[in-house]
Design a protein around this ligand. Structure first.
Ligand SMILES: [Zn+2]
Length: 334
């Protein structure tokens, strides 16, 4: 491993944009399919190789459809916390989108994640919080039921509401779901919105103005609007940027990716992985990859962890604990 790679591995890290649906490992998927007598949709060796976004999304739904009980969700949560620990992740907020899970209700799904993350943290594994996500394609009625469940089952591990899905539906879905976001924000939940990936800068502006976003997942296409860049900078809106995910989804070539431009402009950029197991990328590899591509130093990569700290939705006590870990590491590289 390179010297930089070694430092990245040792650096305490925060992962702010990650979907639990993208963290199934192949072994678990094959075991669940076999125990239910369900044939794999592709040969095992190419199970996580995709032909474009729709192939990727149908695989993701298929993985989730194998989960039918709370115990399996707890196992998935524990596996994820072990992965986070191996990566040197000290804090993460994990997105779960109930609309992907056809065979399990929200109570067992989010309840299973809470229990699994509680058990993991008791064993000294990292603090994993939960963001419950709506999907842009969803009907208002099913989205309202999710929000009602979240608000009537408040738990400190569930820290925010999110939205993802097809950004071509941004304008319609933002109007439709705005009252649900307002309700969650008034109840003290954080708001994070997928925007500025397939939608342009207008998607980010709407996320801020209509949904009250505290931070943006992706947001990379903000680079197309100097006015929006200034706003993100001045209002200190964090962007959870996923370089490899954007490359794999053909949004940019590696050379043309705007992460350096966004970072250099002083916007609160952090680097995240989106769907690490499905994209076969770890957070450590992701940070090394952007360092090699753009010349980021370990100090830059650490600055991104401090940026991520400004994006977190957890309580102040936990925030201070993370800050101390980052400060400790900063002293070793000074
Ligand atoms: Zn995402």
């Amino acid at each position: 491993m390179s010297e930089l790679g070694d430092l990245i591995r040792k650096m305490p890290k925060l992962e702010m944009h990650i979907h639990i649906e993208g963290t199934f490992d192949k072994k678990m998927v094959c075991r669940l399919a076999e125990s239910q007598g369900i044939p794999l949709p592709k040969p095992e060796e190419s199970l996580f190789s995709f032909n474009g976004l729709s192939d990727f999304l149908s695989m993701l739904d298929w993985n989730c459809s194998l989960v039918r009980d709370k115990e399996t969700v707890r196992e998935l949560a524990r596996h994820f916390a072990e992965y986070a620990s191996d990566e040197g992740i000290v804090y993460t907020e994990v997105i779960v989108n109930p609309s992907h899970w056809k065979n399990i209700g929200i109570g067992d799904l989010v309840g299973g994640l809470i229990e699994g993350f509680d058990e993991a943290q008791e064993k000294g594994l990292p603090d994993c919080r939960i963001l419950v996500s709506l999907r842009r394609e969803q009907e208002l009625d099913s989205a309202s039921k999710i929000v009602d469940w979240v608000l009537s089952n408040r738990h400190p591990r569930v820290v925010g509401l999110s939205i993802d899905g097809n950004e071509e539906l941004s304008a319609v879905s933002n109007q439709k779901f705005a009252p649900l976001f307002a309700k969650c924000k008034a109840a003290g939940l954080g708001i994070t919105v997928h925007a500025g990936e397939s939608s342009g800068p207008e998607g980010v502006v709407e996320a801020l103005d209509l949904l009250g976003a505290d931070r943006i997942d992706h947001g990379v296409r903000s680079v197309e609007s100097p006015e929006l860049m200034r706003r993100l900078h001045d209002e200190r809106i964090p962007l959870d940027v996923c370089f490899s995910s954007n490359i794999l989804c053909d949004l940019y070539t590696p050379e043309a990716h705007p992460i350096k431009k966004l970072y250099d402009s002083g916007i609160l950029v952090n680097a995240s992985t989106d769907d690490p197991h499905l994209f076969q990328i770890s957070l450590t590899d992701e940070l090394e990859r952007i360092a090699l591509q753009f010349g980021f130093s370990i100090k830059d990569l650490l600055a991104m962890q401090y940026n991520a700290l400004e994006a977190v939705f957890c309580d102040e006590g936990e925030k201070q604990a993370i800050r101390r870990k980052l400060d400790e590491f900063r002293n070793t590289i000074a």
